[in-house]
Ligand binder design. Sequence first.
Ligand SMILES: [Zn+2]
Length: 350
Amino acid sequence: MSLLDDLEQLRTEALTAFAAAGDAKALESARIKYLGTKGRMKELLGRIGKAPADIKPQAGKLANQIKGELEAAFGEAQARAGKAQAPSGPVGDITEPLPPEKRHTIGKRHPLTRTVDSLVEIFHALGFEVVEGPDVEDQRHNFDDLNIPADHPARDSFDTFFLSGTTDALLRSQTSTVQVRMMETRPPPLRIVAPGRVYRPDAIDATHSSTFHQVEGLYVDRNVSMADLKGTLKLFVCGLFGADTKVRFRPSFFPFTEPSAELDCTCPVCLGRACPVCKQSGWVELGGCGMVDPAVFEAVNRTREDNAYDPSLWSGFAFGFGIERMAMRRHGITDIRRFLENDLRFLRQI
Ligand SMILES: [Zn+2]
């Protein structure tokens, strides 16, 4: 038989064999037989080199064409065999733990976010609505309407960040601004909490930061008394730190509340026995609170012009707590700077 006939015969045989191969094993032996390094194709290509000059070009062209066809047919047959072999049932044991190098690290929320979520949940259960206000404020919302006198030291640039080139635009130094904004836009009764970031040009150390978070609360209704304030905050503190936590109120002064108090609770780390977190006193400070000063209601009325917050009809209480401080008490953290460093070794521990 001539070389050209042999090539044609190889084409027919190999195409038939690839099509007939029922599984990957049969297909592989067909490949070795026809396309392998010692296979028929190789043998015929070797013969072309020794063929007479008149049929050489034709044989070479045909051989290349057949080789291409066979490789394509083999590829298709291989894809078919792969599909047929794909498992239809469960793959391995899906409950088997991955080796350590293949495990993904599961992310967690930041300890501050988790503290905010917990306190929002507690106040929600007590009927408070969560609201927010802007970080950039004006003097009226940050000071004037909160009954902070024009010559008060808090207004000086050592205690407040003013935006450059202005004496009115500032970064809020307290979330009490949100109280004012809420009362300006909504009539009483009002029951809100406002968590948010505040800014003060404090020298940074283990307990001070130039930016931190506060949660502000405001309750305005008829006949709200100091007893309501104490009851609400006691429930809040027990919800956050545990039912056995004790609270105490120390007389204090703030321009926007009268009377005013500082709220302390028994140290959640040592449960009141004394430890470094509570500086061996057994008590930790949470923040300020008090009955809304009628001067604040009057300031709001000047903006509203409908006298909705008539101090003879409405009374209320307000409070403001540092969120970092609460998160520190909760987790026994002694350095406020940890919250901003985003060191994963620290964050993963909590
Ligand atoms: Zn302690």
